[in-house]
Design a protein around this ligand. Structure first.
Ligand code: KG4
Ligand code: ZN
Length: 336
């Protein structure tokens, strides 16, 4: 089965052609980084306008690179939740029109579920496994029992980990997008230059990034050392170490509590080098670890098409009247 996937939930306009949920024939990502860089963050109105310009050429490129004729498609999978409403609407409206005029099934996909599914494309793990989702809007530790069965064990009570990376980078004017900039800078810094306090919450698997973010930002006088060329790198490395170690501590606890022996991670922050090396280290303890390649960590349409394939096989499709939803409550604890 060949599925066209479309993703436009934030600032990436993406289209992909995937066969049987595993074989990626094309995976096109039209980035808007250049246009958002002057603002050091995503400007929602600008993002949706750019999506309207980019969606047609991006889908065309995905079909051309895959060398697939429209007649060969079996369905259209599209992100309809969660994300920036204006951005979501562009991809969803295009997908609805494309599918309806060709009488193809439409499959509306939850972008967060797709991030949980992404590691399964290249290095599939048997269910159940511990799924870690770390993105710009979410931080979730979950037991993943099936492609559509995600049981939340712990989640952030305030900011997402990616948001903390982005805000720290913005505050210190390190560059945009923040996560990647901090990752690169941290490689030359001393992760023990500054020690930041951790947090304890009623549910030990929940996590908070607001305190860490605030202490890195609001005590900048204490950290910024004019005399040291390495100051920015030391802040980046120390912040990255604290943010990742907080997460690793919860992952270790979740593994102990659930007895799971397989781990995967998805979402933009799963591209972080330090987090990846810490997760890979679990292999030494006999755990199976599956991490997506970098293009499948950040927003992409291949994960949407791959997950959409499973819904289609199980006969789960969406009406052509499907709506976009900016927020979903599904990834709050005990409510999946
Ligand atoms: O999954 P994603 O592309 O979009 C959302 O669904 O949010 O994640 C974007 C987030 C941003 O906060 C970005 O700064 C972060 O992922 N990110 C990284 C890295 N690459 C992207 N954070 C840390 N290290 C990276 N290498
Ligand atoms: Zn995402």
């Amino acid at each position: 089965m060949i599925i066209l996937g479309i993703e436009s939930s934030c600032d990436e306009c993406a289209a992909a052609v995937v066969e049987d949920g595993r074989i990626i024939h094309s995976n096109i990502i039209a980035s808007q980084i250049e246009q958002h860089t002057p603002f050091m963050g995503v400007v929602p109105e600008l993002a949706s306008r750019l999506h309207t310009e980019l969606i047609v050429p991006t889908v065309n490129q995905a079909l051309q690179e895959a060398n697939i004729a429209i007649e060969e498609l079996d369905g259209v999978a599209v992100t309809n939740r969660p994300g920036l409403l204006g951005s979501l609407l562009v991809g969803l409206s295009f997908a609805k029109g494309f599918a309806a005029t060709r009488s193809l099934p439409l499959i509306a996909v939850d972008h967060i579920r797709a991030h949980f599914y992404a590691p399964q494309i290249e290095h599939p793990l048997a269910y159940p496994y511990l799924g870690v989702l770390v993105s710009g809007g979410h931080t979730v530790i979950a037991q993943v029992n099936g492609y559509d069965d995600v049981e939340v064990l712990g989640t952030t009570v305030d900011d997402a980990i990616g948001e903390a990376f982005d805000k720290v980078a913005k505050h210190y004017e390190l560059g945009y997008p923040g996560g990647k900039v901090i990752d690169d800078l941290a490689r030359t810094g001393n992760p023990l230059a500054y020690l930041f306090p951790g947090t304890t919450l009623p549910n030990p698997l929940d996590i908070s990034y607001s305190g860490l973010k605030s202490s890195v930002i609001h005590q900048s006088d204490k950290f910024w050392d004019q005399k040291s060329e390495k100051s920015a790198a030391n802040i980046a490395a120390s912040f990255e170490r604290a943010a990742v170690n907080m997460l690793i501590k919860r992952i270790r606890l979740a593994l102990e509590e659930t007895g799971l022996r397989r781990i995967s991670a998805g979402g933009g922050v799963a591209a972080n080098s330090y987090l990846r090396s810490e997760l890979e280290a679990f292999r030494e303890g006999g755990y199976e670890v599956s991490l997506p390649s970098l293009t499948l960590c950040t927003d992409n349409a291949a994960m949407i098409a791959a997950l959409g394939y499973h819904y289609l096989v199980d006969g789960i499709t969406s009406p052509y009247s499907e709506a976009a939803q900016a927020r979903v409550s599904a990834f709050k604890r005990n409510n999946s």
